[in-house]
Design a protein around this ligand. Structure first.
Ligand code: ATP
Ligand code: MG
Length: 281
């Protein structure tokens, strides 16, 4: 079988912090252009998995291949591989003392060796993509959280990544700013970017995800299309989690045994409402 090579291939991945084993044997491949959304309860190991993929956490056992390179091999040139991987976290990691443009050009010049003129051209192109070309000379503190997160995405994109990792990029944002960031991520997915996205945004996972992975307690409990995993989960654990996320108000622990089927329309309406908002400037 000679299909295209996987962008990410994780085999038998385990990670312990002291005596606490938080990843208990993860197998996962992500193919070029695929958008994989990872969902699951707090503490289930989602962030740890994402960080192991980028080797920000060192696995306790198992193997992680990134862009065809075994980065768990002690001889691997990790920095070289990592230069092709963009990572976005919950909080914005912009340099506060640099302008938006300065934030976008820095690594291009330092890591990729581009000239400043090239770097600025690439920066402006990517700022346009996220709707913020007119804020190139602003400082991060002068932008809203959502705008800062879009700048952070543009900064990653300026490095021509082959894979983007997102760890709940909208969860620190005010609700009215979430839609603009999700829209940028959706555009990125439409443009063919390979993405691994830890998210609580079920509407995003359903609409943009090619595959949804439900994690609990350090293992992948189920995975499949969004319609399968979010629409009709096959395990009780996934069903309870989704009910909790989609119906955060009407849940009581005593009722967990008898949840209703999930209403797929519910957060779809929220998503649509957000979609039709113009980017705030
Ligand atoms: N650096 C660390 N040192 C010790 N324990 C850690 C460390 N990072 C994570 N853990 C533990 O590993 C477990 C999984 O954490 P992780 O952050 O991966 O969960 P998560 O699924 O991302 O949760 P959340 O949805 O709250 O972000 C937790 O019990 C956490 O306390
Ligand atoms: Mg997390």
């Amino acid at each position: 079988m000679n299909g295209p090579a996987a962008i990410v291939r994780v085999t038998g991945l385990r990670k312990s912090f002291g005596a606490n084993e938080v990843l208990k044997g993860i197998d996962l491949s992500i193919m070029p252009g695929e958008v994989v959304c990872v969902i699951g309860p707090s503490g289930s190991g989602k962030s740890t998995l994402l960080r192991c993929v980028n080797l920000l956490e060192k696995p306790s056992a198992g193997r992680v291949e990134l862009l065809g390179v075994d980065i768990t091999d002690p001889d691997a040139d990790i920095d070289k591989v990592r230069a092709h991987v963009g990572m976005l976290f919950q909080s914005f990691n912009l340099f506060p003392h640099k302008t938006v443009l300065g934030n976008l050009t820095l690594a291009q010049v330092k890591v990729l060796g581009r000239t400043m003129a090239e770097a600025e051209e690439v920066a402006m192109r990517n700022l346009s993509h996220v709707g913020l070309a007119d804020r190139a000379n602003a400082y991060p503190a002068q932008l809203s959280g959502g705008q800062q997160q879009r700048v952070a995405i543009a900064r990653s994109l300026a490095m021509d990544p082959r894979l983007m990792l997102f760890d709940e990029p909208t969860s620190a944002l005010d609700p009215e700013l979430v839609g603009d960031v999700l829209a940028v991520m959706r555009d990125l997915a439409d443009a063919g970017m390979t993405m691994m996205v830890v998210t609580h945004e079920m509407a995003f996972a359903r609409e943009v995800g090619d595959r949804v992975i439900f994690m609990d307690d350090g293992v992948i409990v189920e995975q499949g299309t969004p319609a399968q995993v979010i629409g009709s989960p096959s395990t009780e654990r996934a069903r309870l989690f989704l009910h909790r996320v989609l119906h955060p108000i009407d849940i009581a622990d005593s009722e967990l045994g008898e949840t209703e089927p999930i209403d797929p329309v519910l957060d779809r309406q929220e998503w649509d409402a957000l979609h039709h908002e113009e980017p705030a400037d």
